[in-house]
Design a binder for this molecule. Structure first.
Ligand code: PNS
Length: 159
């Protein structure tokens, strides 16, 4: 049986931490869809098409990774696409409470499973929001981002 999983998220912008989880999921499952949430109530720094373009550049090395965006409930998206599990990265115990709540809610809604991959230690403190905050104040975040994303972030902040 072919295993198709989703790595959902905001990816505003994608970090090396995201790519670590996506790449490892690509090694474990037949097909991985990276699904960007379209959130009408939250303005991001990058538009969803920009996030998808950055993901396209940075995930091209994994042939079984595809990209998409979704609105509404993740469980509905998974049902529509025949996706059998959600894969999420867990950075630290601080992520765990909310991730467990979401995993249990999603399971309660449709029975879908959530699998957690521990983020590789070197990426355990990276988040898109922290990277944006540091970059806004002129900090160097190039160690935390793929080169394409670092360039795009600098260009965005120079606008
Ligand atoms: O990168 P993020 O912002 O931590 O990702 C969170 C995401 C997109 C996985 C989560 O907010 C989500 O699944 N949103 C879709 C709406 C939904 O299904 N909400 C109920 C979750 S139990």
């Amino acid at each position: 049986m072919s295993r198709h999983v989703v790595c959902p998220g905001s990816f505003d912008p994608p970090t090396l931490g995201h790519l670590d989880v996506i790449g490892r999921a690509a090694g474990l499952f037949d097909a991985v869809t990276v699904a960007v949430l379209v959130n009408p109530s939250k303005d991001g720094m990058f538009e969803v098409p920009e996030r998808l373009a950055l993901l396209a550049e940075t995930t091209a090395r994994w042939p079984n990774v595809t990209l998409d965006s979704f609105r509404g409930l993740l469980v509905d998206y998974c049902r529509d696409k025949g996706i059998s599990a959600i894969v999420k990265g867990l950075r630290a115990v601080t992520d765990f409470d909310y991730e467990l709540q979401m995993a249990q809610m999603n399971s309660g809604l449709t029975g879908i499973e959530t699998l957690f991959l521990p983020t590789s230690a070197e990426y355990s403190y990276i988040s898109s929001s922290l990277v944006k905050q540091v970059a806004r104040y002129g900090g160097d975040v190039s160690a935390y981002l793929p080169a394409e994303v670092d360039r795009a972030l600098r260009a965005k902040l120079a606008d």
